[in-house]
Design a protein around this ligand. Structure first.
Ligand code: G3P
Length: 216
């Protein structure tokens, strides 16, 4: 399973990259705003800065909601850097745009996927990635991991090449369960990735090894 980091924070992206386990980055307008990145020029420069830190795919989200606007914006974003993947919302014009981008060889990430039906549409439209938001489903008392399992089954039934990009990941158990089910990618906050390191027996074991190494 690939690990993407879900942030626009350059320091966190660098930290994950230096850990050696990072395969890409996802951003969205909320994550950009959280870092205080405002205005088209600054947003574009920020995408380029992110691409210069990581080797993998970097999702850049359109904010248009009509077909023409999504296509114009997406083509500009895709032209910024070969690592850019155009992030398109799961709406009717978004599905049309996914199909258009797919026919032009522009890679896409269909975002705001909350149901298996939406996931089928994203795959049929040729999305490179489909992003189910598992934490936000958990927030409204649906098990987000059930959606990952349903998508895995459906995509495997028909050999869809669209990759399942588990998003709105909140904690390490989400990551482990996504890996068990067979998500292609999990995009996570840095805190969820580094939480995978933690085990008290590792700490106790290491402390004993170091203490024993110091004995004469
Ligand atoms: O990848 C989508 C993500 O940014 C949303 O996360 O925690 O706001 O549901 P969250």
């Amino acid at each position: 399973m690939k690990f993407f980091i879900d942030t626009a924070n350059l320091a966190q992206i660098k930290e994950a990259q230096e850990l050696g386990v990072l395969d890409g980055v996802t951003t969205n307008p909320s994550l950009m705003a959280k870092e205080g990145i405002k205005g088209q020029d600054k947003i574009i420069q920020h995408y380029i800065d992110i691409c210069n830190i990581v080797d993998g795919d970097v999702s850049a989200e359109v904010i248009s909601t009509d077909f023409k606007g999504i296509v114009e914006e997406g083509e500009k974003l895709a032209a910024l850097h070969p690592q850019i993947v155009v992030k398109v919302p799961m709406i009717k014009d978004g599905v049309k745009a996914l199909k258009y981008f797919s026919s032009k060889g522009i890679r896409t990430n269909c975002t705001l996927v909350f149901s298996s039906g939406q996931a089928i549409l994203a795959a049929k439209a040729g999305a490179t990635y489909a992003s189910p938001f598992i934490g936000r489903l958990d927030d409204v008392s649906f098990d987000g991991l059930d959606l990952i399992a349903s998508m895995r089954l459906i995509y495997d039934n028909y050999g869809y090449e669209t990759q399942i990009l588990a998003a709105s990941v909140r904690h390490p158990v989400h990551i482990i369960k996504c890996a068990e089910i067979g998500a292609d990618v999990a995009t996570c906050p840095l805190s969820a990735i580094t939480a995978l390191l933690n085990h008290p027996l590792t700490d106790i074991g290491l402390a004993k090894f170091l203490a024993d190494a110091g004995k004469k």
